[in-house]
Design a protein around this ligand. Structure first.
Ligand code: ATP
Ligand code: MG
Length: 553
């Protein structure tokens, strides 16, 4: 975190609350529903909740908000924990809303006993018809004035399985005339005969979000319950329930959710992409999930830096994907070792370098790192691969790379001069012939020759073959959610390009899974999880420059 920035509005509230002695210990929570993998939006909420207790002391709970048995899975619980830890945070307690089902049931009974809740047999349509509209008050359900005894009996029969799904619900008895639609006798319990990933078949009634969330906060003595702006209207109900139940007065605060351009963020939509096979899984490197970003080569530091830079606001907006890319580029610039890889190879033969001779050159790994990242050995010989685009038969103006008669420096090696080239019948260049200047070796150059261009290369005899996967934005429009029709209509058909025949330095042969490199002049790449020593696979994390901004704006 940068030290100089001013406090955000939540920090201001917390500082006031701690200074005034309202609370001694700050307690926050991160409450994901285990119905999918976490995404970059969740990262913002994680950085905020855990960041606050890192800054002000106290602690943060991880609470799985698992009140919907149908969509929740243990696989998601495990992946969510892994992602939070990977981001660099540690929760104090691992908790589950389902652990509170007994307490929540008792709370509902308390409300019934206070004549503040009732069992309603109306159908969903009937309930909707009586609910009114934002401009017209609602009216009472015929079941609203049941006796407390009758409600207690019915609710206990709901619990013991006496009713089918949807036969009745429990509603809070608040105010059908309220200007806040959520206060018009909201549903707090529903019947669902479904197996729960933790409580099995113990329950066939499940609390609604509004009845579970605030009460769970209160059970855990959460002081500041931070959520996104959609819940502003829920705050009145949040406070009402806590007040009527006379439990710990947790308080809810809302901030603007993160929206990122060229992607979608709801777990439901991401699940569709997975199920429809549009992507290879939740951790596809094109996904905005934390696992996808990790596989793409993002570092926890870069994601935390991104969350810090976007800050905490009270108004919705869309953050440019290029800012996220900027953050990873900055971090990798300082930490990733430089190596050479040729993605679109063409042969370069050095005609005056002895055939069969090998030479070992030394390359500095990272001129931007404090310790320069150490050095590595790079084999050199008379046959190299270079990038096809580094040669032009008829050079343009200001062309400083290879062309007939032109000179360039081979990175970490010698200056070469193009003497000749070969073409196949279709006119494609197949081979470039150069001479080299023996006195021009990098680091001990006495040739006195100045060249403007430096190109990368790999010795063909020593090179290893690698598959390279290059990714682009998943969608062609800035906010697929806001467009007409299905969001999937706006998928980018070219979001993945696979290069089967790239050549890399032998140094990379044993690169660790997840390790990250700068392929000189090409961008930042990481080893994919499917990579093996015999079948190397690299993912492009991000290019060296923001190419998109130039061509598309
Ligand atoms: P989704 O629609 O992606 O499933 P959600 O809000 O239903 O999102 P939860 O698992 O309930 O997902 O969210 C856990 C926490 O993460 C909540 O506190 C929520 O406010 C926060 N969160 C979710 N999405 C974002 C986002 N885009 N930006 C910031 N916080 C978010
Ligand atoms: Mg949710």
């Amino acid at each position: 975190m940068s030290e100089e920035r001013s406090l955000n509005f939540i920090e201001e509230i917390i500082e006031n609350d701690l200074n005034s002695g309202k609370y001694e210990t700050l307690i926050t929570r991160f409450p994901p529903e285990p119905n999918g993998y976490l995404h970059i939006g969740h990262a913002k909420a994680i950085c905020l909740n855990f960041g606050l207790t890192q800054k002000y002391g106290g602690y943060t709970n991880l609470r799985f908000d698992d009140t919907n048995p149908v969509t929740e899975k243990t696989e998601y619980v495990d992946s969510q924990q892994h992602d939070i830890k990977w981001l660099g945070f540690q929760w104090k307690n691992e908790l589950y809303t389902s652990d509170y089902f007994d307490t929540l049931y008792e709370y509902a009974v308390t409300l019934i006993k206070k004549d503040l809740a009732y069992v309603d047999h109306s159908t969903a349509d009937e309930i909707a018809a009586l609910k009114g509209t934002p401009t017209e008050p609602g009216s009472s359900s015929p079941y609203r004035n049941r006796s407390i005894e009758e409600n207690l009996d019915l609710f206990s029969r709901m619990k013991s399985g006496g009713f089918e799904d949807g036969a009745c619900i429990l509603r809070a008895k608040i105010d059908m005339q309220s200007t806040n639609m959520l206060m018009r006798d909201p549903i707090i319990y529903r019947i669902k005969h479904a197996e729960h990933h933790r409580t099995g078949n113990k329950w066939c009634i499940y609390p609604m979000y509004d009845f579970a969330h605030g009460q769970s906060d209160s059970i855990e003595n959460i002081t500041h319950s931070i959520c996104t702006l959609e819940y502003v209207a829920h705050r009145e109900l949040y406070d009402w329930l806590i007040e009527k139940l006379e439990i710990f007065p947790s308080k809810q605060y809302e901030f603007a959710r993160l929206n990122l351009s060229y992607t979608v963020m709801s777990k439901r939509k991401l699940l569709q992409l997975v199920n429809d096979g549009v992507v290879t899984g939740w951790d596809d490197p094109r996904m905005p999930t934390i696992s996808g970003l990790r596989r793409r080569g993002y570092t926890p530091e870069s994601i935390r830096e991104f969350c810090e830079r976007i800050g905490i606001a009270k108004r919705e907006n869309i953050i440019e994907l290029s800012l996220l890319e900027f953050c990873i580029r900055e971090h990798l610039n300082k930490t990733a070792n430089r190596v050479m890889a040729v993605l679109d190879p063409i042969k370069l033969i050095i005609t005056n370098y002895p055939e069969g001779k090998d030479e070992t050159l030394i390359g500095e790994n990272n001129p931007e790192a404090e310790d320069k990242g150490g050095t590595r050995e790079i084999p050199f010989s008379n046959e190299l691969w270079i990038e096809r685009e580094d040669f032009m038969e008829e050079p343009a103006k200001k062309w400083f790379r290879l062309a007939p008669g032109a000179m360039v420096r081979l990175k970490h090696a010698y200056i070469v001069k193009c003497e000749d080239f070969k073409k196949d019948e279709q006119g494609n260049i197949t081979e470039i012939h150069c001479s080299y200047i023996p006195e021009s070796k990098s680091g001990e150059d006495t040739s006195g020759i100045n060249v403007k261009g430096t190109i990368h290369w790999v010795s063909s005899k020593h090179a290893k073959n690698a598959e390279i996967r290059i990714y682009d934005r998943l969608f062609t429009v800035e906010s697929p959610d806001a467009e007409e029709g299905d969001f999937k209509d706006y998928l980018n058909p070219n979001s993945m390009e696979i290069i089967k025949q790239a050549y890399i330095e032998p140094y990379l042969e044993n690169a660790d899974k997840d390790s990250r490199y700068q392929f000189i002049r090409k961008g930042y790449y990481c080893v994919d999880k499917d990579s093996t020593p015999g079948n190397l696979i690299f993912n492009r994390t991000v290019g060296l420059k923001d190419a998109w901004a130039k061509t598309n704006k």
